[in-house]
Design a protein around this ligand. Structure first.
Ligand code: MG
Length: 260
């Protein structure tokens, strides 16, 4: 009897996850991913909630952001290991918010605040980069915190994961069923990524000039994203090569290119 109840609950859980994914078909159908949000044109701070909202406003498919971990275990959104000069891994969250603010007056966003700001809509995905940490233990602690936050907020349908750390990527693939995980570093060939369960590869655009990995990845059914593409000629070439997504500091310019 116990076994039957267990199976019933399992079926409910799996169906629930599938339905949650299926319910969201409203994502913008373009290849534009704003790198650290759309900040440049409006002179907003990178990785601010304001830059996320701007990426949503201009209709990007995705808005990318970076996640670090404070000494007291709070995932926060920031590119560098330091927040405006203060080391994040050895600072508490309270120390960071009393230290300085972003240029627009925002405090350093927590991952929770950032995700909640994105969950008000279902058009722009949240492209969550987990930053490599000082050692593997710290990387796993941060990754677990990210997974816990995403699960608690029921945010899985919004999230796609990226990382330069292969260990972080593998942890996500092994522990988050259905997670869309792409690797950033550019040093692993598509066949290995496919074998290791990746959703895609998100490499510097120069990698696709030097190799045939864009074509190879597509043959294997992997999704191809390229970073950080800011010049017309690089955008046009990647559009022609049918890259699935292009990550850029110039989302408005990329929108102009795909209109043509
Ligand atoms: Mg990033």
């Amino acid at each position: 009897m116990k076994k039957k109840i267990f199976v019933f609950i399992l079926v409910l859980a799996v169906t629930g996850t599938a339905l949650a994914q299926k319910a969201f078909k409203s994502w913008n159908k373009n290849l534009v991913i704003a790198h650290r949000g759309a900040w440049k044109t409006q002179n907003l701070p990178e990785n601010s909630i304001a830059s996320l909202k701007e990426a949503i406003r201009i209709g990007c498919f995705g808005s990318e952001f970076d996640v670090q971990l404070t000494s007291d275990g709070i995932p926060v959104v920031n590119h560098n290991a330091d927040f405006l000069g203060k080391d994040i891994a050895t600072s508490t969250y309270q120390e960071l918010i009393t230290y300085k603010k972003l240029g627009n007056g925002e405090s350093i966003p927590t991952l929770e605040e950032y995700i909640k700001a994105g969950q008000g809509q279902k058009k722009t995905k949240l492209i969550l980069e987990i930053k490599p940490q000082k050692n593997l233990d710290n990387e796993i602690v941060l990754t677990k915190k990210v997974i816990e936050t995403v699960n608690r907020l029921k945010a899985a349908p919004w999230i796609e994961y990226i990382s330069f750390s292969y260990d972080i990527c593998k942890y996500l693939i092994d522990h988050v069923p259905g997670a869309r995980v792409s690797y950033l570093k550019g040093d692993v060939e598509p066949a290995k990524l496919k074998a290791d369960g990746f959703y895609g590869l998100d490499y510097h655009y120069s990698v696709f000039e030097k190799t045939d990995w864009l074509t190879k990845a597509h043959e294997l059914g992997l999704i191809v994203n390229a970073w950080t593409v800011n010049a017309d000629k690089d955008m046009l070439r990647l559009i022609e090569q049918k890259a699935d997504y292009i990550t850029t500091n110039e989302p408005e310019l990329l929108f102009e290119k795909i209109k043509k």
